[in-house]
Write a protein that binds this ligand. Sequence first.
Ligand code: TMP
Length: 207
Amino acid sequence: MPRGKFITLEGGEGVGKTTNLAFIENYLKLHNIPVSVTREPGGTALAEKIRKLLLDKDSEAISEHAELLMVFAARAQHIKHVIEPTLANGTWVLCDRFTDATYAYQGGGRNMKNSTIEWLENLVQGILRPDLTLLLDAPVEIGLERAKLRSNLDRFESEKINFFEQVRRAYLLQAELHPNRIKVIKANQALIDVENELINVIGNFLR
Ligand code: TMP
């Protein structure tokens, strides 16, 4: 049984991750690829508990280091109990956010050093890296308008616009650093055009 592929979907707030995640899942299934969808932070019972703590905007102020370590604690559980066994079993994993989000939010947004994140990445992931990352990119104001239409804003969504500008910049920098793995998809266009770009990129990947 060949090992499954690990695909991640990334992007700032309100760029349409949920809609496009379902589209990608269906596209892979149409191609007879067994795929399991999961998310970060989360994906196991404990990791979902950590997610709740991270998103709770009524908690005591969470230090940058605590936030970073919580993200990686959740990730360690997710990798050990879900991602690795699934890939080993030959099933593909489609994950809503992964470590590029840490470079974007904790690195870009919270100004944590990339070398610190990299150290934790190596510790927690060993050699595990996504095989393909789809980065949905849109101007920050557009995404935030969409995010605000949803229910109550969580702890991250309640940040100021400058935070999201830094997140977006850090995501795009990740894409520049890893051009073979990370494909930037323009998210502020008609859904059908976003889907066509996704088909194009995933089609190339499958070939
Ligand atoms: P979601 O709203 O896309 O489900 O993600 C939850 C929040 O968690 C989102 O605002 C980004 C944040 N996050 C980080 O800050 N660092 C990370 O490593 C991950 C995976 C998510």
